[in-house]
Design a binder for this molecule. Structure first.
Ligand SMILES: [Cu+2]
Length: 460
Protein backbone atom coordinates (compact mmCIF):
# COMPACT_ATOMS: atom_id res chain seq x y z
CA UNK A 1 0.00 0.00 0.00
CA UNK A 2 2.85 2.36 -0.85
CA UNK A 3 0.75 5.09 -2.37
CA UNK A 4 -2.23 4.94 -0.16
CA UNK A 5 -3.12 6.72 3.03
CA UNK A 6 -5.65 4.71 4.81
CA UNK A 7 -8.48 6.21 6.75
CA UNK A 8 -8.29 3.69 9.48
CA UNK A 9 -6.85 5.34 12.50
CA UNK A 10 -10.07 7.02 13.37
CA UNK A 11 -8.69 10.54 13.10
CA UNK A 12 -10.60 11.41 9.99
CA UNK A 13 -13.45 9.15 10.92
CA UNK A 14 -14.32 11.45 13.74
CA UNK A 15 -14.14 14.66 11.76
CA UNK A 16 -16.84 16.82 13.21
CA UNK A 17 -18.81 18.69 10.63
CA UNK A 18 -21.21 20.96 12.35
CA UNK A 19 -23.80 21.17 9.67
CA UNK A 20 -23.93 18.93 6.70
CA UNK A 21 -26.58 19.35 4.10
CA UNK A 22 -27.68 16.19 2.49
CA UNK A 23 -30.00 15.93 -0.42
CA UNK A 24 -33.18 14.49 0.88
CA UNK A 25 -34.13 11.12 -0.38
CA UNK A 26 -37.71 10.21 -0.99
CA UNK A 27 -39.69 9.73 2.15
CA UNK A 28 -40.82 6.20 2.19
CA UNK A 29 -41.58 3.75 4.87
CA UNK A 30 -44.44 2.57 6.82
CA UNK A 31 -46.46 4.60 9.20
CA UNK A 32 -48.27 2.93 11.96
CA UNK A 33 -51.17 4.46 13.69
CA UNK A 34 -51.10 5.66 17.26
CA UNK A 35 -51.68 3.15 19.98
CA UNK A 36 -55.36 3.64 20.35
CA UNK A 37 -57.51 1.39 18.35
CA UNK A 38 -58.67 -2.09 17.66
CA UNK A 39 -61.37 -3.75 15.68
CA UNK A 40 -64.09 -5.45 17.60
CA UNK A 41 -65.76 -8.35 15.91
CA UNK A 42 -68.68 -10.37 17.15
CA UNK A 43 -68.70 -12.29 20.38
CA UNK A 44 -67.66 -15.94 20.26
CA UNK A 45 -69.23 -18.88 22.09
CA UNK A 46 -67.66 -17.85 25.37
CA UNK A 47 -69.14 -14.42 24.99
CA UNK A 48 -65.75 -12.73 24.73
CA UNK A 49 -65.41 -10.20 21.98
CA UNK A 50 -62.86 -10.65 19.26
CA UNK A 51 -60.18 -7.99 19.43
CA UNK A 52 -58.01 -7.37 16.40
CA UNK A 53 -54.72 -5.59 16.90
CA UNK A 54 -52.62 -4.48 13.94
CA UNK A 55 -48.92 -4.80 14.65
CA UNK A 56 -46.16 -3.73 12.30
CA UNK A 57 -42.72 -5.40 12.43
CA UNK A 58 -39.71 -3.59 11.01
CA UNK A 59 -35.98 -3.03 11.62
CA UNK A 60 -35.98 -2.70 14.52
CA UNK A 61 -39.34 -1.75 15.94
CA UNK A 62 -42.71 -3.14 16.89
CA UNK A 63 -45.47 -0.61 16.37
CA UNK A 64 -49.22 -0.46 16.00
CA UNK A 65 -52.13 -1.18 18.30
CA UNK A 66 -50.39 -1.46 21.63
CA UNK A 67 -53.46 -0.69 23.76
CA UNK A 68 -56.43 -2.97 23.35
CA UNK A 69 -59.50 -4.01 25.35
CA UNK A 70 -59.70 -7.49 26.83
CA UNK A 71 -61.16 -10.27 24.70
CA UNK A 72 -60.12 -12.93 22.24
CA UNK A 73 -57.02 -11.33 20.79
CA UNK A 74 -56.03 -11.80 17.17
CA UNK A 75 -52.83 -9.98 16.21
CA UNK A 76 -52.70 -9.06 12.55
CA UNK A 77 -48.96 -9.05 11.95
CA UNK A 78 -47.50 -7.17 9.03
CA UNK A 79 -43.81 -7.16 8.18
CA UNK A 80 -43.00 -3.63 7.02
CA UNK A 81 -39.28 -4.35 7.20
CA UNK A 82 -36.76 -5.77 4.81
CA UNK A 83 -35.98 -9.04 6.59
CA UNK A 84 -37.87 -11.85 8.31
CA UNK A 85 -39.45 -11.28 11.71
CA UNK A 86 -41.83 -13.01 14.05
CA UNK A 87 -43.65 -12.15 17.25
CA UNK A 88 -43.44 -13.76 20.64
CA UNK A 89 -46.31 -12.99 23.01
CA UNK A 90 -45.62 -12.70 26.73
CA UNK A 91 -42.60 -14.99 26.70
CA UNK A 92 -44.52 -17.96 25.39
CA UNK A 93 -46.12 -18.53 22.02
CA UNK A 94 -44.18 -17.50 18.91
CA UNK A 95 -45.87 -16.69 15.61
CA UNK A 96 -44.69 -18.23 12.34
CA UNK A 97 -41.94 -16.26 10.58
CA UNK A 98 -43.30 -13.36 8.53
CA UNK A 99 -41.46 -12.53 5.33
CA UNK A 100 -40.78 -8.96 4.30
CA UNK A 101 -44.02 -7.45 2.98
CA UNK A 102 -46.22 -10.31 4.19
CA UNK A 103 -49.01 -10.46 6.75
CA UNK A 104 -50.48 -13.15 8.92
CA UNK A 105 -52.97 -13.58 11.75
CA UNK A 106 -51.55 -14.63 15.09
CA UNK A 107 -54.30 -16.00 17.30
CA UNK A 108 -53.52 -15.36 20.97
CA UNK A 109 -56.82 -16.35 22.57
CA UNK A 110 -58.46 -14.74 25.55
CA UNK A 111 -56.39 -12.03 27.24
CA UNK A 112 -57.12 -10.45 30.58
CA UNK A 113 -56.32 -6.85 31.51
CA UNK A 114 -52.62 -6.38 32.12
CA UNK A 115 -49.33 -5.63 30.40
CA UNK A 116 -47.77 -8.16 28.05
CA UNK A 117 -44.30 -8.06 26.55
CA UNK A 118 -44.17 -8.65 22.81
CA UNK A 119 -40.84 -9.14 21.07
CA UNK A 120 -39.38 -10.42 17.83
CA UNK A 121 -37.82 -13.76 18.76
CA UNK A 122 -35.27 -13.73 15.94
CA UNK A 123 -31.90 -13.66 17.77
CA UNK A 124 -30.70 -10.12 18.30
CA UNK A 125 -33.83 -8.39 17.10
CA UNK A 126 -35.40 -7.63 20.47
CA UNK A 127 -32.10 -6.25 21.74
CA UNK A 128 -31.98 -4.08 18.64
CA UNK A 129 -35.35 -2.52 19.44
CA UNK A 130 -38.04 -5.02 18.51
CA UNK A 131 -39.70 -5.07 21.87
CA UNK A 132 -42.93 -3.45 23.01
CA UNK A 133 -45.56 -3.66 25.70
CA UNK A 134 -49.09 -4.56 24.74
CA UNK A 135 -51.49 -3.09 27.27
CA UNK A 136 -54.84 -4.81 27.69
CA UNK A 137 -57.09 -2.18 29.20
CA UNK A 138 -60.87 -2.32 29.62
CA UNK A 139 -60.95 1.41 28.94
CA UNK A 140 -59.40 1.04 25.50
CA UNK A 141 -61.65 2.17 22.69
CA UNK A 142 -63.20 -0.10 20.13
CA UNK A 143 -63.45 1.19 16.65
CA UNK A 144 -62.63 0.14 13.17
CA UNK A 145 -59.00 0.92 12.70
CA UNK A 146 -58.38 0.06 9.11
CA UNK A 147 -55.33 -1.94 8.23
CA UNK A 148 -51.77 -1.10 9.04
CA UNK A 149 -50.93 -2.95 5.86
CA UNK A 150 -49.23 -0.51 3.56
CA UNK A 151 -48.57 1.61 6.54
CA UNK A 152 -50.70 4.69 6.13
CA UNK A 153 -54.18 5.79 6.95
CA UNK A 154 -56.14 9.02 7.20
CA UNK A 155 -54.68 9.78 10.62
CA UNK A 156 -51.12 9.92 9.33
CA UNK A 157 -49.43 13.19 10.21
CA UNK A 158 -47.42 13.70 7.06
CA UNK A 159 -45.98 17.05 8.13
CA UNK A 160 -44.68 15.47 11.34
CA UNK A 161 -43.00 12.77 9.28
CA UNK A 162 -41.38 15.47 7.16
CA UNK A 163 -39.89 17.06 10.25
CA UNK A 164 -38.69 13.76 11.71
CA UNK A 165 -36.88 12.93 8.50
CA UNK A 166 -35.25 16.35 8.22
CA UNK A 167 -34.28 16.33 11.88
CA UNK A 168 -32.71 12.86 11.60
CA UNK A 169 -30.56 13.97 8.68
CA UNK A 170 -29.42 17.19 10.36
CA UNK A 171 -27.80 15.07 13.09
CA UNK A 172 -25.18 13.71 10.67
CA UNK A 173 -22.40 13.16 11.44
CA UNK A 174 -23.09 12.28 15.08
CA UNK A 175 -20.42 11.37 17.58
CA UNK A 176 -20.48 7.98 19.30
CA UNK A 177 -18.07 6.03 21.46
CA UNK A 178 -15.76 3.64 19.68
CA UNK A 179 -14.22 3.32 16.23
CA UNK A 180 -14.03 0.05 14.35
CA UNK A 181 -11.33 -1.19 11.93
CA UNK A 182 -8.47 0.15 14.05
CA UNK A 183 -5.16 -1.22 12.85
CA UNK A 184 -3.84 -3.99 15.08
CA UNK A 185 -0.10 -3.65 15.47
CA UNK A 186 1.81 -6.92 15.59
CA UNK A 187 4.54 -7.98 17.95
CA UNK A 188 7.45 -9.17 15.86
CA UNK A 189 8.85 -12.51 17.02
CA UNK A 190 12.54 -13.42 16.85
CA UNK A 191 12.00 -15.28 13.57
CA UNK A 192 10.12 -12.31 12.08
CA UNK A 193 6.65 -13.77 12.58
CA UNK A 194 3.98 -11.10 13.04
CA UNK A 195 2.04 -11.95 16.18
CA UNK A 196 -1.44 -10.57 16.84
CA UNK A 197 -3.53 -10.78 20.00
CA UNK A 198 -7.32 -11.03 19.89
CA UNK A 199 -9.85 -11.35 22.67
CA UNK A 200 -13.41 -12.35 21.85
CA UNK A 201 -15.93 -11.08 24.38
CA UNK A 202 -19.30 -9.46 24.78
CA UNK A 203 -18.64 -5.75 25.16
CA UNK A 204 -20.71 -2.58 24.91
CA UNK A 205 -20.83 -0.91 21.52
CA UNK A 206 -22.56 2.34 20.63
CA UNK A 207 -24.14 1.73 17.24
CA UNK A 208 -25.87 5.10 17.04
CA UNK A 209 -26.12 7.95 19.52
CA UNK A 210 -27.51 6.54 22.75
CA UNK A 211 -28.01 2.99 21.44
CA UNK A 212 -25.40 0.93 23.23
CA UNK A 213 -25.72 -2.79 22.57
CA UNK A 214 -24.05 -5.89 23.99
CA UNK A 215 -21.94 -6.61 20.93
CA UNK A 216 -19.86 -9.72 20.33
CA UNK A 217 -16.46 -8.28 19.58
CA UNK A 218 -12.80 -8.82 18.86
CA UNK A 219 -10.84 -6.50 21.15
CA UNK A 220 -13.98 -4.52 21.94
CA UNK A 221 -14.56 -2.89 18.55
CA UNK A 222 -16.87 -3.38 15.57
CA UNK A 223 -15.63 -4.15 12.98
CA UNK A 224 -12.80 -5.86 14.81
CA UNK A 225 -9.17 -4.80 14.56
CA UNK A 226 -7.79 -4.57 11.06
CA UNK A 227 -4.78 -6.73 10.26
CA UNK A 228 -2.47 -5.52 7.49
CA UNK A 229 0.12 -7.90 6.08
CA UNK A 230 2.64 -8.11 3.31
CA UNK A 231 2.85 -11.08 0.99
CA UNK A 232 5.24 -13.61 2.52
CA UNK A 233 4.59 -12.59 6.12
CA UNK A 234 4.53 -15.35 8.68
CA UNK A 235 1.47 -14.76 10.84
CA UNK A 236 0.44 -15.94 14.27
CA UNK A 237 -2.92 -14.90 15.70
CA UNK A 238 -3.64 -15.81 19.29
CA UNK A 239 -7.27 -15.65 20.38
CA UNK A 240 -8.57 -15.73 23.93
CA UNK A 241 -12.22 -16.71 24.08
CA UNK A 242 -14.04 -14.79 26.80
CA UNK A 243 -17.42 -15.38 25.19
CA UNK A 244 -20.06 -17.47 26.96
CA UNK A 245 -19.86 -19.99 24.10
CA UNK A 246 -17.25 -21.60 21.89
CA UNK A 247 -15.76 -19.91 18.86
CA UNK A 248 -13.22 -20.29 16.04
CA UNK A 249 -11.90 -17.97 13.33
CA UNK A 250 -12.34 -18.50 9.62
CA UNK A 251 -9.99 -16.55 7.34
CA UNK A 252 -12.38 -15.68 4.53
CA UNK A 253 -10.65 -15.10 1.20
CA UNK A 254 -7.23 -15.99 2.62
CA UNK A 255 -5.27 -19.14 1.83
CA UNK A 256 -4.31 -21.18 4.89
CA UNK A 257 -3.27 -24.75 5.71
CA UNK A 258 -6.36 -26.88 6.24
CA UNK A 259 -5.93 -27.11 10.00
CA UNK A 260 -5.96 -23.31 10.21
CA UNK A 261 -9.26 -22.86 8.31
CA UNK A 262 -11.23 -22.38 11.53
CA UNK A 263 -14.05 -24.87 11.20
CA UNK A 264 -14.66 -26.76 14.45
CA UNK A 265 -14.82 -29.74 14.66
CA UNK A 266 -13.56 -30.50 11.14
CA UNK A 267 -10.24 -28.69 11.11
CA UNK A 268 -9.73 -27.96 14.82
CA UNK A 269 -11.28 -28.41 18.22
CA UNK A 270 -13.80 -25.83 19.26
CA UNK A 271 -12.23 -23.02 21.25
CA UNK A 272 -14.57 -23.33 24.20
CA UNK A 273 -15.51 -20.52 26.54
CA UNK A 274 -12.42 -19.59 28.56
CA UNK A 275 -10.00 -21.37 26.22
CA UNK A 276 -7.52 -19.96 23.71
CA UNK A 277 -6.01 -20.98 20.39
CA UNK A 278 -3.24 -19.87 18.07
CA UNK A 279 -3.63 -19.69 14.31
CA UNK A 280 -0.51 -19.79 12.23
CA UNK A 281 -0.07 -19.41 8.50
CA UNK A 282 1.93 -17.64 5.84
CA UNK A 283 0.33 -14.76 3.92
CA UNK A 284 0.83 -16.40 0.55
CA UNK A 285 -1.09 -14.15 -1.80
CA UNK A 286 -2.52 -10.65 -1.91
CA UNK A 287 -5.98 -10.60 -0.37
CA UNK A 288 -8.89 -8.38 0.48
CA UNK A 289 -9.86 -10.81 3.18
CA UNK A 290 -11.92 -10.86 6.28
CA UNK A 291 -11.91 -12.89 9.43
CA UNK A 292 -14.91 -13.92 11.43
CA UNK A 293 -16.33 -16.65 13.62
CA UNK A 294 -17.44 -19.83 11.88
CA UNK A 295 -18.97 -21.68 14.83
CA UNK A 296 -22.45 -20.24 15.40
CA UNK A 297 -21.56 -17.59 12.87
CA UNK A 298 -25.25 -16.74 12.61
CA UNK A 299 -25.03 -15.38 16.17
CA UNK A 300 -21.45 -14.22 16.46
CA UNK A 301 -20.99 -12.48 13.11
CA UNK A 302 -24.13 -10.31 12.92
CA UNK A 303 -23.56 -9.35 16.55
CA UNK A 304 -20.16 -7.91 15.67
CA UNK A 305 -17.43 -10.54 15.29
CA UNK A 306 -16.13 -9.60 11.87
CA UNK A 307 -12.98 -7.82 10.76
CA UNK A 308 -10.78 -6.95 7.82
CA UNK A 309 -7.44 -8.47 6.81
CA UNK A 310 -5.48 -6.97 3.92
CA UNK A 311 -2.52 -8.74 2.37
CA UNK A 312 -0.28 -6.97 -0.10
CA UNK A 313 -1.23 -4.21 -2.48
CA UNK A 314 -4.20 -3.92 -4.81
CA UNK A 315 -2.99 -3.42 -8.40
CA UNK A 316 -4.82 -0.51 -10.04
CA UNK A 317 -5.55 0.01 -13.76
CA UNK A 318 -3.15 2.94 -14.13
CA UNK A 319 -3.09 4.37 -17.64
CA UNK A 320 -5.97 2.16 -18.72
CA UNK A 321 -8.97 3.65 -20.56
CA UNK A 322 -12.25 2.19 -19.39
CA UNK A 323 -15.48 3.17 -21.12
CA UNK A 324 -13.84 6.37 -22.33
CA UNK A 325 -12.29 7.41 -19.04
CA UNK A 326 -8.53 7.15 -18.66
CA UNK A 327 -7.15 6.38 -15.25
CA UNK A 328 -4.06 8.56 -14.68
CA UNK A 329 -0.71 6.87 -15.08
CA UNK A 330 0.46 8.62 -11.91
CA UNK A 331 -2.71 7.84 -9.97
CA UNK A 332 -2.38 8.46 -6.25
CA UNK A 333 -4.91 7.22 -3.76
CA UNK A 334 -5.76 9.89 -1.21
CA UNK A 335 -7.73 7.51 1.01
CA UNK A 336 -8.23 3.78 1.08
CA UNK A 337 -10.68 2.25 3.53
CA UNK A 338 -12.98 -0.72 4.13
CA UNK A 339 -16.74 -0.24 4.22
CA UNK A 340 -18.07 -3.22 6.12
CA UNK A 341 -21.80 -3.85 5.70
CA UNK A 342 -23.97 -5.52 8.33
CA UNK A 343 -27.72 -5.81 8.63
CA UNK A 344 -28.57 -8.11 11.52
CA UNK A 345 -27.93 -9.03 15.13
CA UNK A 346 -27.60 -6.33 17.75
CA UNK A 347 -25.56 -4.19 15.35
CA UNK A 348 -28.26 -4.10 12.67
CA UNK A 349 -28.11 -2.05 9.47
CA UNK A 350 -24.71 -0.42 9.61
CA UNK A 351 -21.56 0.71 7.84
CA UNK A 352 -18.35 -0.08 9.73
CA UNK A 353 -20.34 -0.93 12.85
CA UNK A 354 -22.25 2.35 12.99
CA UNK A 355 -25.76 3.32 11.98
CA UNK A 356 -26.56 6.72 10.47
CA UNK A 357 -26.16 9.46 11.74
CA UNK A 358 -23.14 7.91 13.52
CA UNK A 359 -21.61 6.63 10.28
CA UNK A 360 -18.32 8.31 9.41
CA UNK A 361 -18.31 10.76 6.52
CA UNK A 362 -15.52 10.33 3.98
CA UNK A 363 -13.85 13.74 3.91
CA UNK A 364 -11.71 14.39 0.84
CA UNK A 365 -10.51 17.24 -1.33
CA UNK A 366 -11.78 17.96 -4.82
CA UNK A 367 -9.74 15.95 -7.29
CA UNK A 368 -8.86 13.16 -4.86
CA UNK A 369 -9.10 9.52 -5.82
CA UNK A 370 -10.31 7.08 -3.20
CA UNK A 371 -10.23 3.32 -3.04
CA UNK A 372 -13.02 1.70 -1.03
CA UNK A 373 -13.44 -1.98 -0.25
CA UNK A 374 -17.00 -3.13 0.40
CA UNK A 375 -17.30 -6.15 2.68
CA UNK A 376 -20.67 -7.77 3.25
CA UNK A 377 -20.71 -9.47 6.66
CA UNK A 378 -24.51 -9.38 6.85
CA UNK A 379 -27.32 -11.67 5.79
CA UNK A 380 -28.71 -9.72 2.83
CA UNK A 381 -27.58 -8.07 -0.38
CA UNK A 382 -26.86 -4.35 -0.36
CA UNK A 383 -26.79 -2.31 -3.57
CA UNK A 384 -24.38 0.47 -2.64
CA UNK A 385 -25.05 3.70 -4.47
CA UNK A 386 -22.89 6.82 -4.61
CA UNK A 387 -24.87 9.90 -5.66
CA UNK A 388 -22.22 11.59 -7.78
CA UNK A 389 -19.09 9.59 -8.44
CA UNK A 390 -19.11 6.49 -10.62
CA UNK A 391 -17.47 3.53 -8.96
CA UNK A 392 -14.81 1.73 -10.97
CA UNK A 393 -14.95 -1.88 -9.81
CA UNK A 394 -11.30 -2.93 -9.91
CA UNK A 395 -11.50 -6.19 -7.94
CA UNK A 396 -14.01 -8.78 -6.82
CA UNK A 397 -13.22 -10.64 -3.59
CA UNK A 398 -9.71 -9.19 -3.80
CA UNK A 399 -9.11 -10.64 -7.27
CA UNK A 400 -8.15 -7.83 -9.65
CA UNK A 401 -10.41 -7.67 -12.72
CA UNK A 402 -8.86 -7.83 -16.20
CA UNK A 403 -11.73 -5.61 -17.31
CA UNK A 404 -12.70 -3.16 -14.59
CA UNK A 405 -16.14 -1.58 -15.07
CA UNK A 406 -17.94 1.56 -14.01
CA UNK A 407 -21.19 1.45 -12.05
CA UNK A 408 -23.16 3.92 -9.98
CA UNK A 409 -24.60 1.11 -7.87
CA UNK A 410 -22.62 -1.93 -6.80
CA UNK A 411 -24.57 -4.88 -5.45
CA UNK A 412 -22.73 -6.63 -2.63
CA UNK A 413 -23.99 -10.05 -1.50
CA UNK A 414 -23.12 -11.72 1.81
CA UNK A 415 -19.50 -12.86 1.86
CA UNK A 416 -18.55 -10.71 -1.13
CA UNK A 417 -15.99 -7.93 -1.39
CA UNK A 418 -15.85 -5.34 -4.13
CA UNK A 419 -13.01 -2.87 -4.45
CA UNK A 420 -14.02 0.39 -6.09
CA UNK A 421 -12.03 3.38 -7.26
CA UNK A 422 -13.71 6.79 -7.27
CA UNK A 423 -12.65 10.20 -8.50
CA UNK A 424 -14.05 12.90 -6.21
CA UNK A 425 -14.05 15.61 -8.86
CA UNK A 426 -16.94 17.75 -7.61
CA UNK A 427 -17.07 19.64 -4.32
CA UNK A 428 -20.13 19.08 -2.17
CA UNK A 429 -21.77 16.60 0.14
CA UNK A 430 -22.58 13.48 -1.82
CA UNK A 431 -24.69 10.86 -0.14
CA UNK A 432 -23.56 7.26 -0.30
CA UNK A 433 -26.00 4.57 0.78
CA UNK A 434 -27.57 1.18 0.34
CA UNK A 435 -30.42 1.48 -2.11
CA UNK A 436 -32.77 -0.94 -0.39
CA UNK A 437 -34.76 1.90 1.08
CA UNK A 438 -35.86 0.11 4.23
CA UNK A 439 -32.17 -0.30 5.06
CA UNK A 440 -31.80 3.48 5.26
CA UNK A 441 -35.14 5.01 6.20
CA UNK A 442 -37.98 4.43 8.63
CA UNK A 443 -40.76 6.58 10.04
CA UNK A 444 -38.43 8.11 12.61
CA UNK A 445 -36.10 9.24 9.85
CA UNK A 446 -32.88 8.21 8.20
CA UNK A 447 -30.82 5.45 9.81
CA UNK A 448 -28.63 2.50 8.96
CA UNK A 449 -26.55 2.17 5.83
CA UNK A 450 -26.00 5.79 4.87
CA UNK A 451 -22.96 8.00 4.87
CA UNK A 452 -21.66 10.76 2.63
CA UNK A 453 -18.55 11.80 0.79
CA UNK A 454 -17.76 15.34 1.86
CA UNK A 455 -15.67 16.80 -0.94
CA UNK A 456 -14.00 20.05 0.02
CA UNK A 457 -12.96 22.64 -2.55
CA UNK A 458 -9.33 22.50 -3.47
CA UNK A 459 -7.29 25.63 -2.64
CA UNK A 460 -5.46 25.58 -5.92
CU1 LIG B 1 -29.04 -2.74 2.19
Amino acid sequence: MKDSKRLFDGALLSVALAAVLISVMAVIGMVTRPDTVVVAGGADDSGAQEVRAHISLSEFAIEGDLRVPPGDLVIELHNDGGIQHNLQFDGSEISPMVNSGDSLEFDIGNVQPGEYEIICAVPGHSAAGMTATLVVDPAATLEDAGAVHGGHDEDTDWAALDEMMLESIRKFPAETEGVGNQVLEPKIAADGTKEFELTAAITPWEVEPGRVVDAWTYNGIVPGPMIQLDVGDKVRVHIQNDLPMGTDIHWHGIRTPNDMDGVAPITQDLIRSGQDFTYEFVAEKPAVGMYHAHHHGHVQIPNGMFAVMFIGEMPLPRGQTISGTTIPEDLEIAQEFPMVLNDAGVIGFSLNGKSFPATAPIVVTEGDWILAHYYNEGLQIHPMHQHQFPQLVVAKDGIPLDNPYWADTVNVAPGERYSVLMHADTAGVWVWHCHILTHVERDEGMFGMVTAMVVQESDS
